[in-house]
Design a protein around this ligand. Structure first.
Ligand SMILES: [Zn+2]
Length: 294
């Protein structure tokens, strides 16, 4: 049973699941790095209930609960079939997915969500600022990467989107997923956090949203308010209880290096991942502001 805990009562309407039972790939998105990002990657357990089912360059996380599965992010449109295959390879049934959570609404993280939503019938959750663009299949005009009169960055629109407020919780079975709003990279960015318990040890997992200050030509972080949003979001991420740090690009959390060190305990567990990530995001932002020149 899915429920949303909030100080503000939220009425959730769940439409009946009626998607097809095999995944029909959407038209592939083409970009300079897309083929590299979309290389297949073997799925693996990160810790306890938390599994990596994404591609080589785009994260997708599966969480097992006592009442079904939760999927976070869906890569490119052409990633959906790989994610579906990874979930099945682990022995899970994608039709057991009860909720799909979204970090931020860019084609490389939500491109596959429409297909995965159709496959599973699962409702999709993101922030209020992200839910409109997610349902429309196009970037918000205040997104740093928005280009006027262009369909660049568009993606298959997503149905059954529910907006989740800052620090509100989506519960599936006994697992609570808290949405921490972390705007700046996009106006609607969300960092999701939950607990993973195994062998009597519980860890706080943080899927910290992208914090990079990249944009379309002409956008200025310094004068748009996006710089202030990134600073506030970095502080919010740094303050989270964070034993396992994950993020939408495996590069950000050193996935490949950590997989090489799996014989030294669990390299995904560590105290400082969120703090280092927040600090490096602020360094990146300062370099960006210097280059903007005002
Ligand atoms: Zn992005």
């Amino acid at each position: 049973m899915i429920s949303i805990r909030s100080f503000v009562p939220v009425v959730l309407v769940l439409l009946a699941a009626c998607g097809p039972r095999t995944l029909e790939p959407d038209e592939p998105y083409e970009c300079e790095r897309c083929n590299d990002w979309n290389e297949a990657h073997e799925p693996f357990r990160i810790h306890g209930n938390t599994w990596y089912v994404g591609t080589d360059g785009l994260s997708s996380i599966l969480v097992e609960t006592d009442d079904g599965l939760v999927l976070i992010d869906g890569g490119l449109p052409q990633s959906a079939a790989l994610i579906d295959a990874n979930i099945r390879a682990l022995g899970f049934d994608p039709l057991a997915i009860k909720a799909i959570l979204v970090s931020h609404v860019h084609y490389d993280h939500v491109g596959g969500v429409a297909a995965l939503q159709r496959l599973t019938g699962a409702p999709v959750y993101t922030s209020p600022a992200g839910s409109g663009p997610l349902a429309s299949g196009a970037l918000a005009p205040d997104d740093p990467q928005y280009i006027a009169d262009s369909d660049e960055g568009n993606f298959p629109p997503v149905r059954q989107v529910t907006a989740i407020g800052d620090r509100e919780i989506v519960s599936v079975g006994a697992i609570d997923f808290k949405a921490v709003h972390t705007p700046g990279h996009t106006p609607g960015g969300v960092t999701w956090t939950w607990q993973s318990c195994a062998l009597n040890t519980c860890y706080d997992v943080v899927y910290a949203d992208s914090m990079s200050s990249v944009s379309a030509t002409g956008f200025k972080f310094g004068t748009s308010g996006a710089a202030g949003a990134l600073r506030t979001s970095a502080a919010a991420i740094a303050e989270l209880d964070c034993d396992i740090f994950l993020s939408p690009h495996p590069f950000f959390f050193g996935m490949h290096d950590k997989l090489e060190r799996r014989d030294e305990g669990n390299p995904f567990v560590g105290q400082f991942g969120c703090m280092f990530y927040a600090e490096s995001s602020l360094d990146w932002l300062e370099r960006r502001l210097d280059s903007e020149g005002d």
